[in-house]
Design a protein around this ligand. Structure first.
Ligand SMILES: Cc1cc2nc3c(=O)[nH]c(=O)nc-3n(C[C@H](O)[C@H](O)[C@H](O)COP(=O)(O)OP(=O)(O)OC[C@H]3O[C@@H](n4cnc5c(N)ncnc54)[C@H](O)[C@@H]3O)c2cc1C
Length: 408
């Protein structure tokens, strides 16, 4: 599966300490993590912080999978509103899941603030607006649900929105505790610091076969072998090539980043902006005064991602930005790209054991909040491999019954 097409914008760290050798011998460890995207990076960091002997295998280079296409918005609110998750799963699980996402953004923030390099991680507020007048009721209902369950949110009416932004929308939810980062710098720095904590990393070391015995797993690459007690698959969307999950579905999604804009003062608090429409439009600013815009998701076709569509949809995304912010005048696109994008059919990621694969855990943080799910997974799996498997992993089970809410 080709995960990205076009030109992604991220420049990495200005250090050359991130080239890792190919695996060429036999090694052993407690946990072998497969995949050097954000899921593998966060899990490596958390495990090695706890002193767990960990090896990471990446088939290409660190941070070149879907994570290279990530637009870097980290939000506690999900693709599926809390009110709909409560309908699907009941209050305990719906609210519990939202609380876990809120905590995951906090945990990510704590980690990012203690890393060796600036990853452009910044706390940001989010503005979630009603796309049309008809959606004002959805916003009110979602705000009431979030507020009733203790989430830190404000209800903004039309006047308030107009006083802070150059556009008019009938209603919005404003929430203060989300975040953004340069996803490539975040991955690279996590790996850099995890190595200081004892992580061993091998690039160009794709896993070809795995054999399972009673007590451990043996992982084989083209030129090396790892024996481990536990394997964590952090192979992202390509996992669907060899282990299709009935809960997963694949889309194409599009994004652009603009050339720098001189004056961003009409963008209140550089908030992350998104909307009630599905698929939704979303946007944010960057530290070097560019604007990232993404959306226009559509089902992935067998033809995959293509450059013509990237150009066409890039222009559509730019038009949508200009409709909202006419204040910016002429804006030009600096990079445009597309990515495969996986979601889970019931709005909750898949994390945990799979009955067909002994001694194994999977991280499939499918959905718009993929990075938040990767953080949540890293913490849950760190507990699990330490011998205290959290009960809450049941919520993310691969074998859970499929529940689709009314609008899903
Ligand atoms: C355009 C776009 C915008 C997005 N924006 C956001 C956003 O704003 N916020 C957000 O939270 N999420 C966003 N996402 C989702 C986010 O990018 C994903 O959730 C995230 O990148 C998944 O990370 P991962 O580490 O699980 O997978 P990946 O980044 O794909 O990493 C998996 C790694 O595994 C390696 N691998 C695969 N098979 C093997 C093997 N056999 N052996 C060894 N290595 C192997 C691959 O080479 C790859 O490096 C966006 C996605 C796209 C496409």
């Amino acid at each position: 599966m080709k995960l990205t097409e076009g030109h992604t914008p991220w420049s990495g760290l200005d250090i050359n300490k991130l080239n890792f050798p190919q695996l060429e011998n036999k090694q052993s460890c407690d946990v072998v993590i497969i995949g050097g995207g954000i899921s593998g990076a966060l899990t490596s960091y958390v495990l090695t912080k706890q002193g767990i002997e960990t090896i990471l295998l990446e088939k290409g280079h660190i941070g070149t999978g879907s994570s290279s296409a990530n637009t870097g918005l980290f939000q506690f609110m999900n693709d599926d509103p809390l009110s709909e998750l409560i309908q699907s799963f009941g209050e305990k699980k719906g609210v519990g899941f939202y609380k876990m996402c809120e905590q995951a953004v906090e945990n990510l923030s704590k980690i990012a603030n203690n890393l060796s390099f600036d990853t452009e991680f910044r706390r940001r507020s989010s503005l979630y607006y009603a796309t049309s007048e008809d959606d004002a009721g959805k916003i009110r209902n979602e705000y009431d649900t979030l507020a009733r369950h203790g989430f830190n949110v404000e209800y903004w009416d039309q006047e308030r929105i107009k006083s802070f932004f150059p556009f008019s929308k009938s209603a919005a939810i404003y929430s203060p505790n989300d975040a953004e980062a340069n996803p490539l710098k975040l991955i690279q720095t996590l790996i850099y610091d995890a190595v200081k904590q004892g992580l061993k990393v091998f690039e160009n070391s794709g896993v070809e076969t795995v054999t399972y015995s009673d007590k451990n797993v043996t992982v084989m690459t083209k030129s090396g072998i790892i024996e481990a007690k536990t394997i964590i698959w952090a192979t992202g969307y390509v996992t669907q090539d060899w282990k299709p999950d009935r809960l997963a579905s694949l889309d194409s999604t599009y994004a652009i980043i603009t050339e720098p804009i001189q004056d961003l003062s009409s963008w209140h608090e550089r908030a992350l902006i998104w909307e009630t429409n599905r698929p939704y439009l979303y946007m944010r600013t960057t530290l070097d005064n560019r604007i990232l815009v993404g959306g226009l998701d559509e089902p992935l076709t067998p033809a995959g991602l293509n450059q013509n569509k990237i150009t066409l949809n890039g222009q559509k995304l730019l038009n949508k930005l200009q409709e909202l912010f006419p204040t910016f005048g002429d804006i030009s696109i600096s990079h445009s790209w597309a990515g495969v994008f996986a979601t889970s059919k019931d709005g909750v990621p898949m994390i945990g054991r799979h009955p067909d694969y002994p001694h194994s855990y999977f991280i499939e943080g499918y959905g718009g909040n993929g990075t938040v799910y990767s953080m949540l997974a890293a913490d849950l799996l760190a507990e699990a491999v330490s011998g205290k498997e959290p009960e809450v992993l049941n919520w993310f089970s691969f074998k859970r019954p499929l529940k689709i809410n009314a609008s899903g």
